[in-house]
Ligand binder design. Structure first.
Ligand code: HEM
Ligand code: HEM
Length: 189
């Protein structure tokens, strides 16, 4: 299984990053929306701690994923893809990257401005970004965290819709090359 991609599909590392980050973000969105509705119990404190730990893990994975971007080869777009579609896909992917970086950063910022603890899965403390309570930036950071999350949800609807459109309407291998990676040339393609 090639670690790096080829012009016919994404490599194993990119696919592992893509699906691991996707699953963690899905879980993180559900945990985030659930935990803010909970009554003030010890369970709430534990779920908040879990949310923060998963969020910081996502941030680390996204940074690793970006570091792996230069050595990775991008698969070729299906032939006859209109220029506007290539551009739209590039812009959407860039926006996804920016969002999955900015969301955990804004969470970290809010947590720091609230002077709340940040301990990675109970193992070690992570530093504060503000050096203590910051009542002015605290509500702004929270609003940013929430707003960026909903922008991500909207963009993901488009992203997933585009992937399914390629698979079921265009019958090309854009989705498969992110699922199983580079495939052998088949007769017609
Ligand atoms: C990709 C990563 C993340 C996603 C998708 C995410 C998503 C969310 C969502 C959907 C909420 C609920 C917002 C609401 O309706 O009020 C939330 C709340 C929260 N998030 Fe995150 N989050 C992420 C990372 C982080 C990180 C890294 C931290 C801190 C280190 C963090 C700290 C918090 C806190 C403290 C709240 C509760 C805010 C409140 O008290 O109302 N999040 N997050
Ligand atoms: C939180 C969820 C997700 C995020 C943050 C995300 C993000 C991304 C990013 C940034 C890329 C561009 C890869 C690059 O250029 O390096 C990408 C590619 C891709 N994603 Fe997602 N994705 C998510 C979920 C999904 C889901 C659920 C599907 C399928 C139903 C999907 C299908 C694809 C496909 C097929 C590609 C490859 C497009 C191509 O080859 O041009 N993604 N994704």
């Amino acid at each position: 299984m090639p670690l790096r991609g080829t012009e016919r599909g994404w490599g194993a590392l990119v696919r592992a990053f893509h699906w691991l980050i996707a699953v963690l973000i899905l879980a993180q969105g559900i945990i985030g929306l659930t935990m803010v509705q909970m009554g003030l119990t010890p369970a709430k404190v534990r779920v908040f701690a879990l949310h923060k730990s998963i969020g910081m893990t996502i941030l680390a994975l996204v940074l690793l994923r970006i570091a792996w971007r230069p050595p990775e080869r991008r698969p070729l777009d299906p032939p006859d893809t209109p220029r506007w579609q290539r551009r739209a896909a590039r812009a959407a992917h860039l926006a996804l990257y920016l969002l999955i970086l900015a969301i955990p950063l804004s969470g970290w910022w809010f947590n720091s401005a609230a002077n709340a603890p940040l301990v990675w899965f109970g193992w070690f403390d992570l530093p504060s970004l503000t050096g203590g309570l910051d009542p002015v930036w605290k509500p702004r950071a929270l609003l940013l965290h929430q707003t960026l999350f909903w922008i991500l949800v909207a963009l993901l609807v488009v992203h997933v819709g585009a992937a399914l459109w390629h698979h079921f309407r265009q019958h090309d291998d854009v989705l498969l090359r992110m699922v199983v990676g580079p495939r052998k040339k088949s007769g017609g393609a």
